[in-house]
Design a protein around this ligand. Structure first.
Ligand SMILES: [Zn+2]
Ligand SMILES: [Zn+2]
Length: 845
């Protein structure tokens, strides 16, 4: 082996050898324990970025560790290959999206191979191939059969200049991405939905199983699902003699209701306009509120706006009439699309009422010490802020004096008995709109027949192929509608003339089940091969960015539950453990072309080699945190690797043959500590301490930066001991053992260099095939211990003693310690309790 480190040469050599040896390929083997490592599949944007490098390097360290621990590891990768960027590029450059996509896949695949990640490339999938999307269509039909796929009118963003629907990403500052001066309008069109709301309760309930998911992700999902228990109450709209049903979680505050707010697209709005004295005026006002609500959907931060309709509704509890307002912050999809305003007990209502000068009437008082029990009173003092806690009711008729909890129960019961309302559970989550008026996606497998209506394509006729010849203009209706050969078809039911659905599916459909397909990527009779899934599932470790906490990570849980109901799988959660890594930033900001702060992995590979980039991304920060890229940091990483390489290479050639051969299992060499020189003891101790740290870390703590730091210290210690080693104070087998352990630990992070050194140490197989060594707690133990000393249970001092010290000596030394002696202060010692290696407690009278 070379005496100096040449990463380019070494990395090319080992990547070729790994491929030749099919090192990362694994197959179902019921005799062996499996481990499934999964990283989120990338969108083929053309080049991997540092965020990818970080994600895959973390996954790779874990996969390599598990291989060495004897697991049968599956570590796949694929491409989230449908989607808008390819279509946008096609509109601009008149190149077919598939050409654009597959070119990008080729390029990124080359870069991933250059990084040397341990992927089983036989399992690679691209979601834009008919072989894959055929099963999206199959799932769609199963959903349709179960009533989980349905059509309804819904709002879309519309550019009048393009005369087309825009995705949310194509709306920039409220305007079209191609027409920066054209404000986006809202249109209602029929779209396909999947009924994820039918699974809301199970999505919440099954979170109990996700004990190894980050708390933050679970609480984000919980908020997204947004379960609230409340009541629906009918207010009567006097002028049109119709009920208006509101939803509230705080019916106990209903005597403080001063208005009713409805969503701008609530059906009653049109009715009120038509009954209005000046319909045009009210329509104009309502449209303004509606427009502000649209902007609120695409932009963050919403200015609360509303308009008084001039109509009023009667509160069924006290018979009082309150005005009806149209408000932009009320969502038609949440509850009934109408809510009551109780400004005294709701922050948003308080703010709104203050802005518009509406009355504020408290009906709940705080409970507890210092608060007199409230009584009904005609004099109402207006509070300076909303009181939103539970409390005691007053000015609430027959309910005055009850607690919030009591009155919620009683008032709900009364509403049911008197027929003007009921108790209900609401979820914030909405059904998943999967229709896209786009080309580059999975065609929805439905045909429309004049006699039979909506008919799903038959399973044996799948896939419905995306036609290759489509002119993409970015204008007009769904691109597929302009391909007569695609649109015109026969009805699967009656054989008559029929039209195909021309919408395609949201790309989140593709990523909802791709990790199942990896286990049998070419299975042709079903989306998954049961045997393979039974063996490989669940995913043991999933790694990706926190930005996927909702959407993707909810959709894939939903999909698995549907698969369970269909009978495809027999479990309800696909991922046992989730890890969300932090971002790679530079100069305090997210890397982006416009800021000019992008560090290109390709350039770094060429300059330093992949191992240096890997080591640096792991060393710079704990994986869960963001890390700020620094040029001096990566220089430091390359210096360390050069030193470590030279150190091992220098000694490797000097060892006599046949000493300290690394065992195939995790047995460790047995040396009698008493027979070793102090240098040998020091080296063995440091080696096993490092090994203990790295092992425990890989088992769950995941502070890889500290593992690298420990390896650096071990290299430092070895360098400091050079003289002793040359003087023969360390036996070659002990030195070789330490170097071997160092190389095996480094192989998780810098596998190319580690394999080169491992070969130099005399092994013919790559490190991945070596057994992970077990640390020995006895070897890792310090020579000296620090033991705290208590007097009557109170910590008074500490003593440092040799590990082999006798109990008698500990007693003596403990009493002699200066602060302990002060605490004893001449009193009689009744008893001395020694907890070996842990604690001394001296009991005095
Ligand atoms: Zn436009
Ligand atoms: Zn038909």
């Amino acid at each position: 082996m070379d005496s100096t480190y040449d990463p380019q040469k070494i990395e090319a050599k080992w990547q070729a050898r790994w491929a030749e040896q099919k090192l990362f390929e694994s197959d179902v083997d019921p005799a062996r324990k499996k481990y499934y490592v999964l990283e989120m599949l990338p969108y083929p944007s053309g080049d991997i970025h540092m965020g990818h490098v970080r994600n895959y390097t973390i996954g790779d360290a874990l996969a390599r560790y598990k291989w060495m621990r004897g697991f049968n590891v599956i570590h796949p990768i694929g491409w989230d290959a449908f989607g808008l960027p390819a279509e946008n590029a096609a509109i601009k450059n008149q190149r077919h999206p598939s050409e654009f996509t597959f070119n990008h896949i080729d390029r990124m695949k080359g870069q991933l191979k250059r990084l040397g990640v341990s992927y089983d490339w036989r399992r690679e999938i691209a979601t834009c191939t008919p072989e894959y999307y055929r099963w999206n269509q199959w799932f769609f039909i199963r959903m349709f059969e179960r009533g989980l796929a349905y059509r309804k009118k819904s709002r879309v963003n519309w550019c009048p200049s393009c005369a087309t629907v825009l995705a949310n990403e194509q709306v920039v500052n409220g305007c079209c991405w191609r027409h920066e001066e054209t404000p986006v309008e809202e249109r209602e069109i029929e779209q396909w939905f999947w009924k994820i709301t039918a699974y809301a309760e199970r999505l919440l309930e099954d979170m109990k199983e996700l004990v190894q998911w980050p708390e933050r992700v679970l609480s984000m999902q919980q908020n997204w699902i947004g379960k609230s228990v409340g009541a629906e109450i009918d207010f009567r709209v006097n002028e049109i003699e119709e009920p208006l049903r509101i939803f509230t979680t705080r019916v106990d505050t209903i005597f403080g209701c001063t208005a009713v707010y409805v969503a701008p697209d609530h059906p009653i709005v049109q009715k009120l306009i038509s009954f209005s004295e000046d319909p045009e005026k009210l329509r104009r006002k309502a449209d303004r509120v509606k427009a502000s609500a649209i902007h609120a959907r695409v932009e963050v931060g919403l200015e609360k706006q509303g308009v008084d309709t001039g109509f009023s509704a009667r509160n069924p509890y006290n018979g009082e009439n309150v005005p009806i307002w149209i408000a932009n912050f009320v969502l038609s999809g949440y509850g009934t699309g109408a809510v009551m305003a109780v400004p005294a007990h709701d922050e948003r209502d308080f703010e709104f009422s203050t802005t518009y000068g509406l009355p504020i009437r408290p009906v709940i008082a705080p409970v507890g010490a210092g608060h007199a029990p409230p009584k009904d009173s005609a004099v109402i003092s207006v509070p300076s802020e909303a009181f939103v806690e539970y409390g005691i009711l007053f000015n609430s008729g027959e309910y005055t004096g009850l607690t919030s909890e009591e009155s919620i129960e009683r008032m709900t019961r009364d509403a049911e008995a008197r027929g003007f309302g009921k108790g209900t559970v609401q979820y914030r989550i909405k059904d998943w709109g999967i229709s896209r008026q786009r080309y580059w996606g999975t065609p929805i497998p439905i045909v429309y027949c004049d006699s039979c209506g909506m008919v799903p394509v038959r399973d044996q006729d799948l896939p419905v192929i995306l036609p290759p010849d489509v002119k993409l203009t970015g204008q007009g209706q769904s691109p597929l509608a302009s391909v007569p050969d695609f649109v015109n078809t026969r009805c699967p039911n009656c054989g008559g003339r029929a039209r195909r659905e021309t919408d395609t599916m949201d790309t989140f459909v593709d990523s909802s089940w791709y990790f199942y397909r990896y286990t049998s990527p070419h299975f042709s009779t079903a989306p998954i091969d049961n045997e393979a899934v039974k063996y490989w599932f669940p995913v043991d470790q999933y790694i990706g960015g926190i930005e996927h906490a909702i959407l993707h990570l909810i959709y894939m849980r939903f999909f698995t539950k549907v698969m369970q109901d269909i009978g495809l799988v027999n479990f309800s959660e696909p991922v046992a453990r989730l890890f969300t890594q932090g971002m790679v930033i530079k100069d305090g900001a997210k890397m982006s072309k416009s800021k000019g702060n992008v560090v290109d992995p390709k350039e770094m590979f060429a300059k330093y080699g992949a191992d240096t980039v890997r080591l640096y991304t792991l060393f710079a920060a704990p994986p869960a945190r963001d890390f700020d890229w620094s040029d001096s940091g990566i220089e430091g990483a390359t210096r360390f690797l050069n030193r470590a390489y030279r150190l091992v290479a220098k000694h490797a050639s000097t060892f006599p043959l046949g000493i300290a051969d690394h065992p195939k299992d995790s047995r460790r060499p047995r040396w009698d500590l008493g027979q070793l020189s102090s240098e040998e003891r020091r080296l063995i101790r440091k080696t096993h301490q490092t090994l203990r740290h790295v092992t425990e870390d890989l088992e769950g703590r995941w502070h890889f930066n500290t593992d690298v730091a420990m390896a650096m210290e071990l290299v430092n210690d070895l360098s400091e001991m050079e003289e002793s080693i040359e003087a023969g104070k360390v036996r070659p087998e002990i030195l070789k053992n330490s170097l071997e352990y160092l190389v095996l630990m480094l192989s998780l992070f810098v596998p190319h260099m580690a394999d080169e050194l491992w070969e130099g140490l005399g092994y013919s197989e790559p490190t991945l095939r070596a057994a992970w060594p077990a640390f020995d707690p006895e070897y890792a133990a310090e020579d000296e211990l620090e033991i705290p000393v208590q007097v009557n249970g109170k910590l008074r001092g500490r003593i440092r003693v040799s590990v082999s010290v006798s109990e008698d000596e500990i007693r003596e030394r403990a009493q002699a310690e200066e602060k302990v002696a002060q605490a004893i202060n001449g009193r009689q010692v009744v008893k001395i309790i020694v907890v070996p290696k842990k604690l001394v407690n001296i009991v005095v009278k």
